[in-house]
Design a protein around this ligand. Structure first.
Ligand code: MFK
Ligand code: FAD
Length: 505
């Protein structure tokens, strides 16, 4: 009797040739030599404990317990022990800390991006709390009052599981997630504690992932006798959640957990803030501009998660093709299936290269070694990388399911999860449309898109130098046409400009 052999658990570092080549180009030999054992350990974990925790965390999704047996409001969120293992693993491997390791200089973000690339796709979306934790660290370091910064950053960047804390990012309200300027949450002045201006927050946050985090950054409208409407009326706040076991959360009520298509292990809740104390970060009224420092980090994490999910899907599809036969041959030996897998792998390698370019530019910007042109390129690259890789993550996950035939559509093969978890990457942290408009704004403000295209063209010219002159001419014409297209789009009326944004980005 025939039984199909299931796919194996590929080691996602050892088998990733394009990654090895990119690492040799992206990291100096000394840095690579030092960090390689960590990559090897993560690779082994992707076919070992990470895999087990991912399966278990997904099988034991979070549960909201609103009341204790005696009727007291407790709002406990119970997560799987595997979710806690993922937290500890993240701390031990310095998945956030590496991004702030000054010894790595401008290479810190590339070194970290590879760790995250190896981790994310097998993390049951634990990469989400990590993204927000890293991004909150960036904002606190740049903008927070000294006492608050000192109190929190050490925990956010700790490699010690007992000290490591995570952060949430509460922006979305019922009135709008893209248009946060409609937010209704109010901040009332409360007291001064050292150099911290404290307020109490009152409102509802409609999507809050990583709800078990110890802190969150959020937006609210200061009411000091009146409020300013729109996004210019929003300020940025840090909430230290301060749960006491069995006694609920300090001024926060969990209304319910969301029942989602994917990201099943990730607790995403609706919260009512009923007088929770929070500290003002940065200038009042600069909330959206101030939280955008956070968005730029989380959007890069999103692109890394896309690259990681794509890689995992490709590796599984290729592995399965060595075990499944049709028409008298293994799938891997059927010419058209081979082409299908090769095309997927090529796209995976391109996505990884794009993501590492973003990480390199971020590392240089944060280390203070980026040129002005590089800073502008980063401004355009982040939304473009986020939106394109997210779409690729969905299409490749879909292709990978198809590579498993009917088994790809069957829940307990684990394959449908790939597609469900990819879909969110296009939605959170700015939808495709919103990010396309962001690219146009960055172009109008600082010529960011043009800087990016010109750099790509210069690089392509260098690498085309030895190929046929006809190819070079085609490349130059393509670049000229792209820049002309942007200029034409920017010079049309507002409505036409917006309508064309996706074609540009
Ligand atoms: C797996 C790992 C992945 C990560 C997991 C994360 C889990 C999920 C978490 C979330 O989804 S959190 C919610 C994410 N929400 C968003 O991404 C909001 C999407 N909407 C936008 O991005 C809108 O474009 C925006 C809210 C920014 C528009 O609001 P406004 O009020 O129309 O803003 P405006 O006027 O464009 O910009 C206000 C200021 O911010 C300007 O600065 P100035 O005041 O100095 O002129 C802008 O230049 C600045 N700004 C906006 N976007 C920026 C930016 N600066 C730098 N970079 C940006 N991206
Ligand atoms: P809307 O803004 O209503 O968008 C609806 C549609 O309109 C989209 O197609 C959008 O592209 C389009 N659109 C909007 N504006 C424009 C425009 N100007 N031009 C053209 N098209 C436009 N948020 C948080 O703050 N914290 C979290 O932790 C968090 N976790 C999440 C977890 C999950 C699993 C999910 C699914 C979402 C989470 N979100 C979180 C919310 C997420 O960031 C928002 O859902 C997202 O930003 C979109 O906002 P919205 O849902 O209000 O959609």
């Amino acid at each position: 009797m025939f039984f199909q052999e299931p796919p194996g658990r590929p080691d996602l570092y050892a088998s990733d040739e394009p990654l090895h080549a990119l690492l040799r180009r992206r990291l100096p030999p000394g840095v690579l030599q030092e960090i390689r054992p960590q990559y090897e350990a993560l690779g082994r974990a992707t076919s070992g404990e990470l895999w087990d925790w991912m399966i278990r965390a997904e099988a034991e999704p979070p549960v909201h317990v609103p009341y204790d047996p005696w009727g007291r409001r407790v709002d406990e969120i119970r997560t799987s022990p595997a979710w806690e293992e993922l937290r500890k693993f993240s701390a031990r491997h310095g998945l956030v800390a590496t991004g702030y390791d000054e010894r790595l200089g401008e290479h810190r973000r590339v070194a970290q991006a590879v760790l995250l690339y190896l981790f994310s796709g097998t993390s049951a979306t634990y990469s989400c709390p990590l993204a927000m934790t890293d991004a909150a660290t960036r904002v606190l370091l740049d903008l927070a009052p000294g006492d608050l910064r000192d109190r929190l950053v050490a925990g956010l960047t700790s490699r010690d599981p007992d000290r490591f804390i995570t952060s949430g990012q509460w922006m979305t309200e019922r009135t709008g997630g893209s248009d946060v300027g409609n937010s209704e949450t109010i901040a009332r002045p409360s007291r001064l504690v050292g150099d911290e201006r404290r307020y109490t927050l009152h409102g509802v946050k409609w999507f809050t992932s990583a709800t078990t985090s110890e802190m969150a950054l959020t937006l609210a409208r200061i009411d000091d006798g009146g409020t300013t409407p729109g996004s210019r009326g929003l300020s940025l706040f840090c909430v230290e959640i301060g749960r006491e076991p069995g006694r609920g959360w300090n001024g926060i009520q969990v209304n319910r957990l969301k029942d989602k298509l994917g990201t099943k292990a990730l607790p995403t809740a609706e919260l009512t803030l009923d007088g929770v104390e929070a500290t003002l970060i940065g200038e009042p009224g600069r909330g959206v501009a101030n939280i955008s420092g956070m968005l730029n980090v989380t959007r890069l994490y999103n692109a890394i998660a896309s690259a990681s999910g794509i890689r995992r899907a490709c590796a599984l599809a290729r592995d399965y093709a060595t075990r499944r036969s049709a028409f008298g041959a293994r799938l891997i030996d059927l010419p058209l299936h081979q082409t299908t897998l090769d095309d997927m792998d090529a796209e995976a390698a391109a996505v990884l290269a794009l993501v590492l370019e973003g990480a390199a530019l971020l590392g240089r910007t944060e280390a203070g070694t980026a040129t002005e042109a590089e800073r502008r390129r980063l401004r355009a690259l982040i939304p473009i990388a986020k939106l394109t890789t997210a779409k690729q993550a969905v299409s490749i996950a879909s292709e990978a399911l198809e590579c498993f035939g009917g088994a790809g559509y069957v829940e307990d093969t684990g394959m449908p999860r790939l597609l469900r978890d990819a879909q969110v990457l296009t939605i959170w942290e700015g939808t495709t449309n919103v990010l396309s408009l962001d690219v146009l704004r960055a172009e109008a403000r600082e010529g960011a898109f043009t800087a990016l295209v010109q750099d790509l063209a210069a690089r392509a010219e260098r690498s085309y130098a030895n190929v046929a002159p006809g190819d070079l001419a085609t490349l130059r014409a393509g670049v000229r046409s792209l820049i002309a297209q942007v200029k034409t789009n920017m010079s049309r009326g507002e409505a036409a400009m917006q309508a064309g944004a996706r074609k540009i980005a």
